[in-house]
Design a protein around this ligand. Structure first.
Ligand code: SAM
Length: 340
């Protein structure tokens, strides 16, 4: 498939001046005007030839141009800020029917309505020729990623078409957490949630100074490919809950986090959970492998199947927090009596 070339156009910098598209700081708008970098982001997405590329948050269209200069069959962009519509329309005219422009908020935009059904693939086969790319504000990219991981797990939205790949920018520290291995300082709940469902690859880092205006952080470009078989085969919400509790107490034994999954009078279940999963309760959360957390999730799930009230137990609710404090006091008193 041959590369397509856009006709000569004003540069992005000229368009910004022409349409007075100054970046809005309160919307965390930082533009990429260096076409070497926009091309590099598009290359990180893999082979988009003949495919459907969906770009989120195109802004003045730097990455959009780079995609349109490949042999991608069609490009769709979703942009929230109305100020960018005229310059995106200009690009759309130059692209002669290869670019569709949507004005909307990606946090509640149904991607499945714009992806061509014909590109749909079985989950087990290779990923469909559908690519989601974006350089979004950091405040949007992380909640969006969590929502998309949930959609991958239920194979809905863009993941109703198969294992659709993502290439997105994140604050460098967040990107490092997404790919962090066990026993590293960055290992956290986000590492687990990404890695049990996907292969995640930090492709490269863009220094903050490459953006206009420059943010005071560097940016990581991450490529995400959903796994055929998630490493934990349980509902997303259950895995998320167990992980949230375990990683909450990073410097303590992982047992401490597991305890908070249960009412204080049912700590016998904590013993059951560790016994059944064969996980060392004195490991710290960042030492646990995905498989070990998977076994803890499996045994939590079987406990909840027998006792459904356990799943809805929330140790942060007012009454439960008070009960925990009482239990803590009793234990403290017992302990003091033993010492005296
Ligand atoms: N992609 C462009 C680039 O690399 O130069 C612009 C990047 S700027 C960091 C983020 C863009 O995402 C802005 O154009 C902003 O208006 C847009 N945006 C922010 N929140 C959005 C949302 N919820 N849905 C769609 N677009 C959004």
């Amino acid at each position: 498939m041959s590369r397509r070339r856009l006709p000569p156009l004003p540069t992005i910098r000229e368009l910004i001046r022409l349409y007075q598209l100054s970046a809005k700081k309160q919307l965390s708008q930082n533009f990429l005007l260096d076409m070497n970098l926009t091309r590099k982001i598009v290359r990180a997405a893999g082979n988009v030839g003949g495919g459907f590329v969906c770009e989120v948050g195109p802004g003045p269209g730097g990455i959009t141009r780079a995609v349109l200069n490949t042999s991608a069959h069609h490009v769709a962009v979703i942009e929230k800020d109305a100020r960018f519509m005229p310059s995106l329309q200009l690009l759309s005219e130059a692209a002669e029917g290869r670019l569709s422009v949507y004005r909307g908020d990606i946090l509640n935009f149904n991607l499945e309505t714009i992806i061509p059904q014909a590109l749909s693939r079985e989950w087990e086969s290779s990923p469909p020729n559908v690519h989601i790319i974006g350089n979004l504000p950091f405040s949007v990219s992380t909640p969006l990623l969590i929502g998309w991981l949930a959609a991958m797990s239920s194979r809905t939205g863009a993941w109703g078409f198969g294992r659709t790949k993502l290439t997105l920018t994140f604050q460098k520290e967040v990107a490092e957490r997404m790919v962090a291995k066990i026993n590293t300082p960055q290992r956290c709940r986000l590492s687990l949630m990404c890695q049990y469902l996907c292969e995640v690859d930090l492709k490269f880092v863009i220094p903050g100074r490459a953006f206009v205006p420059p943010p005071n952080v560097d940016v990581g470009v991450v490529h995400v490919v959903p796994r055929v078989q998630p490493l934990i085969n349980l509902p997303f919400s259950l895995v998320e809950k167990v992980a949230r509790h375990i990683y909450h107490y990073r410097q303590k034994y992982c047992r401490r986090g597991v305890e908070t999954l249960f009412p204080p009078d049912r700590l016998d279940l904590v013993e059951d959970m560790f016994e059944e999963s064969e996980v060392d309760p004195t490991s710290r959360s960042y030492m646990l492998t995905v498989k070990e957390i998977g076994r803890l999730c499996q045994s939590y799930n079987s406990i909840c199947q027998h006792e459904p009230d356990i799943y809805t137990y929330d140790f942060r609710s007012k009454e439960n927090a008070a009960a925990l404090r009482r239990k803590g006091q009793i234990l403290q008193e017992k302990f003091e009596k033993q010492i005296l």
